[in-house]
Design a protein around this ligand. Structure first.
Ligand code: 13P
Length: 236
């Protein structure tokens, strides 16, 4: 069964998020689709939604705190208000655009692990690393597991090569299977692929050996496309 996750990044309003989530919920319910579906809206759009058990709302980011003085951040007090128990950690935009270090990421991971959150933990290499070959790519990716308890029971991994994110350039099937099989040989956890996944390629990617689903940005923001993505992968 595929795991399909939509990362809204900095898109959608509170209102459009609510209609998106309700529409996806209806779609799953009326078609008896049992895929594990996640939606990560902006933190301003978090809410309590009445959903089928296989549709889960998560947060794209939060600070390793219950509450306190961390301007611009949210903590578990805000997440508890909506019973959010799922978080994305280590996304490439947080690492490379917002400058989160591996040690900050590891601290965040440990904090949310302690609270039993489902963690979707992202890893992936930038273009210059990819260009230096598979061995260097794996070395880079393995460093992103520093300080991370990869045996954590509520862990899902997502391999998202930085050069494939939001670029329209999807990794080739060979790229995906070689990295996924290497990670899988070390860490026995569900492993999603992310990076320019679209309606037209999601089924092929999710059917690859070692791929347990997809983490999708751009192509998931349109609700009809996201439904089609779920439809295309529901039997995989
Ligand atoms: P795109 O699907 O827009 O390439 O983004 C992937 C991603 O970063 C999901 O977290």
């Amino acid at each position: 069964m595929s795991i399909i996750a939509s990362n809204f990044k900095t898109n959608h309003t509170r209102k459009s998020t609510a209609s998106f989530v309700n529409e996806i919920n209806e779609f799953l319910k009326s078609n008896d689709i049992l895929s594990e579906v996640y939606v990560f809206p902006t933190s301003t759009a978090l809410d309590s939604f009445d959903t089928v058990p296989n549709l889960t709302l998560g947060v794209q980011n939060a600070y390793a705190t219950q509450k306190g003085s961390f301007t611009g951040e949210i903590g578990t007090e805000q997440l508890d208000e909506f019973a959010i128990k799922t978080i994305l950690i280590g996304h490439s935009e947080r690492r490379h655009v917002l400058g989160e270090s591996q040690s900050e990421i590891a601290k965040k991971f440990a904090f949310y692990k302690e609270l039993g959150y489902k963690i979707i933990y992202c890893i992936g290499e930038p273009l210059e690393v990819k260009q230096s070959g598979l061995e260097k790519t794996l070395e880079y990716v393995y460093e992103q597991f520093e300080g991370i308890d990869t045996n954590y029971e509520n862990l899902i991994l997502a391999y998202e090569p930085v050069w494939a994110i939001g670029t329209g350039v999807t990794a080739t099937n060979d790229d995906i299977t070689s990295v996924h099989s290497a990670i899988k040989a070390r860490i026995a956890k569900p492993l999603l692929y992310g990076g320019s996944v679209k309606v037209g390629n999601v089924a092929e990617i999710c059917a690859l050996d070692g791929v347990d689903g997809a983490l999708i940005g751009t192509a998931s923001w349109n609700v009809e496309d996201f439904k089609q993505i779920i439809e295309n992968t529901k039997d995989l």
